[in-house]
Write a new protein. Structure first.
Length: 202
């Protein structure tokens, strides 16, 4: 075999290797997007309890900006991340995507207590186009501050339709039982009692 043939084979091997690596990374990035669109709702409800100052997150694991993921999670397309945060640790950030279309996104940044270090982020109302999510964030702020500008009947479900809301939106989304109870807690003491009863670490 001549040296020229050997060189051609080496080049071919390198090209095939690069193609395999490219395909692997393409699948690594595309599979989460596919799972997100096929198996998860586009954004799940964020529950705000102003009486306890708590915020409850139930997002698809694949519905975030994370790039580095354990490949084993691809075996669980319905994987969720369910969290409880303090309202005081959330900051709303509006991201402007400059184009001829209005592409504003409101992101809730979760900060480490007593710092400005971001430890998590949540997309707020991702399907609402333009500046709409910014108005939603304004409404949420007014609601959490008990401002009369935030009417309890402004949304799709009215205040007296709690049972219907839970049946249509909460049920079947993997919320822990203690969290469903915590949504209606009226004080920190009641929340602590719920957690103690369900053996939830404070």
């Amino acid at each position: 075999m001549t040296p020229a043939v050997n060189n051609d084979e080496k080049i071919m091997d390198i090209v095939l290797l690069l193609m395999n690596i490219t395909c692997f990374f393409a699948l690594y990035l595309l599979i989460p997007e596919l799972y997100h669109n096929l198996f998860t709702r586009r954004g799940s409800p964020i529950i705000f309890n102003r009486k306890t100052g708590k915020v409850y997150i139930n997002e698809s694991y694949f519905f975030n900006f994370k790039v580095l993921r354990n490949p084993l999670t691809f075996l669980h397309p319905n994987k969720k991340r369910i969290k409880e945060y303090d309202w005081a640790h959330l900051q709303g950030v509006v991201v402007h995507n400059f184009s001829r279309y209005s592409l504003n996104t409101t992101i809730l940044m979760v900060c480490k207590p007593n710092t400005h270090k971001t430890i998590d982020h949540i997309l707020l109302d991702p399907l609402r186009g333009g500046i709409g999510s910014y108005f939603v964030w304004g409404w949420v702020n007014n609601f959490m501050c008990a401002n009369k500008l935030a009417g309890l009947n402004d949304g799709k479900y009215k205040w007296e339709q709690e049972t219907q809301f839970k049946d249509n939106i909460i049920k079947g989304q993997g919320w822990p039982e203690w969290m469903v109870e915590a949504f209606n807690a009226t004080s920190q003491a009641e929340l602590a009692e719920i957690k103690q009863r369900h053996h939830v670490k404070q």
